[in-house]
Ligand binder design. Structure first.
Ligand code: GLN
Length: 302
């Protein structure tokens, strides 16, 4: 497969769409990002990377990091699935509405409520959830310069009432065990990690390699890697997961920074970035570019 030619074709086809949608505005530090940016990268299972456009430019990873915290918690052997479900929520990513009648158990690990529980578990298991995550991402991407953006973390913290409400509500059911303020700090730091499309495509390769890390050691069992990919397919793009599966046909995880990571198990990982979002918080150009990728190559899971 000539991935470089495919990426160049997609970038050409995408040109009229780039700039559609609006950057996330509820986190003020993200609102000022240029919506005309577009980058896309592919990493094959052996670590060769292909890219186009702004593929080496760091952006705010936001909810994409929820995939990696989930992997670290499962790798530690935690009984996470007693605290978090595996069903699509059909509601916005920051919704509170289902928590009360489901006794503080979030529907899945990729909505904010679920990710807060996962970060709470990682904090309990490691004592420093965000540093643990950052170190893992540095190792898997091969980029020791990866860092948090303090301005984004502070901006989100200053406007973080919704996430604080989710965390306190779940704490009242005993499903958050660390102090909420500590948990929120780690959650906001985790969302504020800056990475490029190349960094993210490389870091997610364990999902295409059936659980094997970049150095060949095993992070997850084959079965656990399958489980994460499955939950990405059904829940990774929130209340648009059905539409994403229909159009793209790959496990994918989006973030409100405008990035989306997608996985072709056994073949490659992709990351696309364009900051203009649709009303569900997914990158407009990003979803279209992934749709083009599976249409042009036939590489979907179906
Ligand atoms: N940091 C964002 C939040 O908690 C992440 C949401 C997202 O990327 N969908 O609201």
């Amino acid at each position: 497969m000539d991935y470089q030619s495919v990426l160049e074709r997609i970038a050409r086809d995408m040109a009229p769409q780039i700039g559609s949608g609006r950057p996330a505005e509820y986190i003020p530090a993200l609102a000022s990002v240029d919506p005309r940016r577009f980058g896309m990268a592919i990493a094959d299972v052996d670590g060769k990377v292909y890219g186009v456009g702004d593929w080496q430019r760091p952006f705010s990873t936001q909810s994409i990091t929820k995939v990696f915290t989930l992997a670290l918690v499962l790798a530690a052997g935690d009984d996470l699935w007693e605290r978090v479900g595996r069903e699509p929520s059909g509601n916005p990513f920051n919704s509170l509405v289902q928590l009360e009648y489901e006794n503080g158990i979030p529907r899945n690990p990729f909505i904010n409520a679920g990710a807060l529980v996962v970060t709470d578990r990682l904090q309990t298991l490691t004592g420093d959830a965000s540093s643990e995550l950052l170190e893992f991402l540095r190792q898997e991407s091969g980029n020791p310069g990866l860092a948090f953006d303090p301005e984004v973390a502070e901006s989100e913290s200053a406007h973080g009432d919704r996430n604080a409400a989710l965390a306190h509500f779940m704490a009242s059911y005993g499903n958050i065990t660390n102090p909420v303020s500590t948990l929120l700090d780690h959650y906001f730091w985790q969302c504020a990690i800056e990475m490029s499309c190349a960094d993210l495509a490389l870091a997610a390769r364990f999902l295409a390699r059936h659980g094997l890390r970049a150095d060949g050691s095993r992070l997850l069992t084959r079965s656990e890697a399958k489980q994460i990919n499955a939950v990405m397919l059904t829940c990774g793009t929130y209340d648009a997961a059905g539409e994403f599966a229909h159009r793209v046909g790959l496990p994918g995880k989006s973030g409100v920074g405008g990035g989306i990571v997608a996985v072709v198990p056994g073949r490659c990982t992709l990351c696309v970035w364009s900051p203009g979002l649709d009303e569900r918080g997914n990158s407009v150009a990003g979803v279209t570019a992934l749709d083009r990728f599976t249409t042009l190559t036939g590489l979907s899971v179906f």
